[in-house]
Design a protein around this ligand. Sequence first.
Ligand code: AMP
Length: 215
Amino acid sequence: MLNLILLGPPGAGKGTQAVKLKDKYNIPHISTGDIFRKNIKEGTELGKKAKEYMDKGELVPDEVVIGIAIARLREGDCGGGFLLDGFPRTVHQADELSRHFEDTGGKIDLVIDIVVGKDELVRRLSGRRVCKSCGATYHVTGMPSKVDGVCDECGGELFQRTDDTEETVSNRIEVYNQQTKPLVEYYEKKGNIVHIDGTTGLENVFSDITKSIEA
Ligand code: AMP
């Protein structure tokens, strides 16, 4: 059983590390952002509501997110552990998550806080490109695809997330600092958080995370 939370600002590399962690530890990767994007693509009511906030770089309201995240945690595949990516993002969400564990008898084993400075975050996010078909991520200068606009993995079309434009990115970082960063202190008080330098390269970051998990 391994219950993990990935914390850190947008662009810290949570999604990238989540894919590697999910494969290594064989636990489901739960990204509330991915759940919203899937709903937007499918044109659901939830998707329409979430899009209003996401496009501005704001948080989707707690009363919408909490129910969705907790329902996902109740699904059978989370019984052996899970990796939360992008949830919780507010103290209220974290409180509700704690309450869920009080009810079910589980606990969070480790909160992994990936630390990256603001200039680097803006650079990473505004250059990010994502494959429409398989979700693989690239960076226009840091990690370009072999053929411009085409995914190396599956040949799918690359696009820029509507919330990765420079203006929205700044707002997302601001929102993170105001609403999500307090969770660092929240979990420090609980004593189950580690801080990982997110600027040492993908493999080093991964290795630092796995060492903390296995310590
Ligand atoms: P992400 O893919 O994690 O960067 O999430 C993209 C966007 O989805 C965020 O900027 C928010 O608008 C929304 N979102 C995802 N997770 C949450 C959450 N836990 N609480 C509120 N909004 C969220």
